[in-house]
Design a protein around this ligand. Structure first.
Ligand SMILES: Cc1cc2nc3c(=O)[nH]c(=O)nc-3n(C[C@H](O)[C@H](O)[C@H](O)COP(=O)(O)OP(=O)(O)OC[C@H]3O[C@@H](n4cnc5c(N)ncnc54)[C@H](O)[C@@H]3O)c2cc1C
Length: 327
């Protein structure tokens, strides 16, 4: 570890809805939080144009604007937002211990509590036409964007439980859903496969992959290729959903924090407590089930309250505000 530059009560890693909500609560509780934004200030929502399902925006809002507003709200109460990437950490295993976090492979920060809100990254196929049309009809979130394709024909790529669930979700909204499965069978559970197969407007294409997403500014169609025969086929669609998984951004905590086989951080019961005292996890980094802005914000709030209670329990702050609410 390099030279220590400061000691904080609360360090927040990540600037998505979870991080900013944690910051609002921590700052209002006078924990003087410092946030490091990471490489994607504002998080995943900065990659989307329309957010229609976050409460409080009756007309909807575009993702980047919403995240600027969350930052302003966090700064209003004294959060210090810094551009920087956490590259390593030495987390204490002791109650009341000091956690050491390295930023940008240089300076070291010491913190009594650390709130992790590093999110997750949706996996994409990586082909040029898909990347070009991201936000123009290519989406990695059916629950977020399916509504915009009401009554239209769409396709979804994936074979696991999430893909099957998202295909079923889309089938309720869209006219027709073509589901592309790379192998000759799905990975999804039997129950989920049954659900997909029982929906008349889902057509499952096995041994089928995306060859090219068609369209200039927006998705207009899909060129599929059968990986057994090499035969290509075009269909008309307006939306393509990629459901091949997410990768939680938690590599820097490997070996120190408990995580599942994919890397999602494991938290205790209904709290945001990790296996180490004073370290709390919120948002998509610890949630593989819901992965929504509002649920991320909810756990960000919880993490700040958990951090405050912890600091009170070790005598670092006088009284937890959370206890004033009889929480
Ligand atoms: C295209 C798209 C559209 C979506 N639309 C909607 C929608 O309409 N409604 C909805 O509710 N949800 C939507 N979602 C899901 C929503 O964006 C996520 O559930 C939410 O952003 C998760 O918030 P988070 O705070 O956990 O993490 P994220 O938003 O993923 O933010 C993670 C943050 O951590 C930072 N970070 C990562 N690693 C480090 C590090 N080592 N050091 C410092 N910082 C780090 C990143 O820079 C980033 O700021 C959408 C997602 C996508 C991809």
């Amino acid at each position: 570890m390099s030279e220590t530059i400061e000691r904080l009560k609360t360090l927040i890693i990540g600037s998505g809805p979870a991080g900013y909500t944690a910051a609002i609560y921590a700052a209002r509780a006078d924990l003087k939080p410092v946030m490091y934004t990471g490489m994607e200030p504002g998080g995943q929502l900065t990659t989307t144009t329309e957010v229609d399902n976050f409460p409080g925006y009756p007309e909807g809002i575009d993702g980047p604007t919403m995240m600027v507003q969350l930052q302003q709200q966090a700064e209003r109460f004294g959060t210090e937002v810094r551009i920087g990437m956490v590259t390593a950490c030495e987390l204490s295993t002791e109650v009341g211990g000091i956690h050491k976090v390295t930023v940008d492979s240089g300076k070291t920060i010491e913190a009594e509590t650390v709130i992790i809100s590093t999110g997750a990254t949706a996996k994409y196929l990586g082909i040029p036409s898909e990347q070009r049309l991201r936000g123009g009809g290519v989406s990695a979130c059916a629950v977020c964007d399916g509504f915009f394709y009401k009554g239209q024909d769409v396709a979804i790529v994936g074979a696991g439980d999430t893909a099957a669930e998202e295909a079923s979700y889309l089938a309720n909204i869209c006219n027709k859903v073509t589901m592309l499965v790379r192998k000759d069978h799905m990975r999804a559970s039997k129950a989920m496969q049954h659900r997909v197969n029982s929906l008349k407007n889902i057509e499952v294409r096995y041994n089928t992959e995306v060859d090219e997403v068609l369209g200039d500014q927006v998705v207009e169609g899909l060129r599929m290729v059968n990986n057994k025969t090499g035969k290509k086929e075009d269909i008309e669609i307006t939306g393509l959903f990629i459901a091949i998984g997410h990768k939680p951004n938690t590599d820097i905590f490997k070996g120190q924090l408990d995580m599942d086989e994919t890397g999602y951080l494991i938290t205790e019961g209904k709290s945001t407590k990790t296996n180490l005292p004073g370290v709390f996890a919120s948002g998509d980094a610890q949630d593989k089930e819901y992965r929504q802005a509002v649920t991320a914000a909810g756990t960000g709030c919880m993490a700040a309250l958990d951090a405050e209670r912890y600091l009170a329990s070790i005598g670092s702050v006088e009284e937890a505000v959370a206890d004033n609410y009889n929480l």
